[in-house]
Design a binder for this molecule. Structure first.
Ligand code: ATP
Length: 282
């Protein structure tokens, strides 16, 4: 924190300046709990002073391991960035005094009283665990989540494992000597574009998935089309048969009605002749 002895003539200027600056609030690292991670065999809690915290120690005492723990809990996937070869290299490998451990866990406590992260909690605890079977999980305030959930949430506050939130040894050098594409990636994270890029990447992958589904559906359609034609022909025949049957039924009705009326006429005539012959005999 910079302490400025305010001169009367600059007081008004400073007040005007602060009134014109929009206040977005703060989110800051409150505490880090490390258990079984790299050289931290014992449970270790680091409480951070809001302004500045300095960690000093001799070479190899584990200072960079703390920065690694922060990167790791925020979702770092690269074993190389974490100065290891395999993912479980982060688990305490044992020392003269203590045997190796079966799992590592880091809990990172963020103060969210200014609600910079869109969650109804004043304190956000991001946790990551890994065991020697390679089973790994992320937790947000104790609830299991996906890495993507952690990344999206932290991206809201321009905070993430790749941002300038964690600047390690040699990082400034590597930024200065990095390619234009790598430098763009760095500035994208710093300016908060990352969360939209994550969403864009997700949307593109969904779109690719939808395109694959469409291609599969088109293939199925192409396979079904020839069968569809033969089925359509069968349907047409069936419809023609139904209409012919109906026509035949109508014609048969007409024909038998005609025969019946002729028979009735004949019968009537024969009845009249019979009655006449009977009357003659009497
Ligand atoms: P320097 O000032 O030289 O950069 P440092 O204080 O940053 O050193 P680190 O690099 O953080 O030290 O720590 C290195 C130590 O961590 C080494 O002694 C190494 O053996 C130990 N270490 C790293 N990974 C593990 C692990 N999985 N299990 C046990 N110890 C580990």
């Amino acid at each position: 924190m910079l302490n400025v002895r305010r001169q009367p003539d600059i007081i008004t200027k400073l007040d005007q300046f602060s009134a014109s600056v929009e206040y977005y609030g703060y989110m800051y690292l409150e505490k880090l709990e490390i258990q079984g991670f790299k050289s931290f065999a014992k449970n270790t809690t680091l409480v951070f002073n809001r302004e500045l915290t300095t960690i000093v120690g001799p070479n190899g005492s584990g200072k960079s391991n703390i920065a690694d723990a922060v990167r790791w809990v925020l979702g770092e996937q690269s074993a190389k960035t974490l100065r290891g070869k395999k993912s479980d290299d982060v688990i305490f490998a044992g020392s003269d005094k203590k045997g190796r451990l079966g799992f590592a866990q880091v809990d990172l406590y963020l103060n969210n009283q200014d609600n910079l992260l869109n969650l109804d909690y004043d304190q956000i605890i991001v946790s990551r665990k890994i065991d020697r079977n390679g089973e790994s999980e992320y937790l947000l305030n104790g609830s299991k989540v996906r890495l993507l959930d952690v990344q999206l949430l932290l991206a809201q506050a321009n905070f993430g494992q790749k941002t300038y939130s964690v600047i390690g040894q040699g990082m400034i050098d590597s930024i200065l000597t990095s390619s234009a594409a790598e430098r763009k990636e760095f500035f994208d994270e710093a300016t908060g574009v990352k969360q939209f890029q994550i969403k864009k990447d997700q949307a593109i992958s969904k779109l690719d998935h939808a395109k694959e589904n469409l291609a599969q559906s088109e293939q199925i359609l192409a396979e079904l089309e020839p069968r569809l034609k033969s089925l359509q022909r069968q349907v047409n025949k069936l419809e023609r048969r139904e209409s012919l049957e109906q026509e035949l039924k109508n014609l048969q009705n007409d024909y038998y009605s005609f025969l019946l009326s002729n028979l009735n006429l004949d019968l009537n005539k024969k009845n009249i002749a019979f009655e006449a012959a009977k009357n003659k005999e009497i």
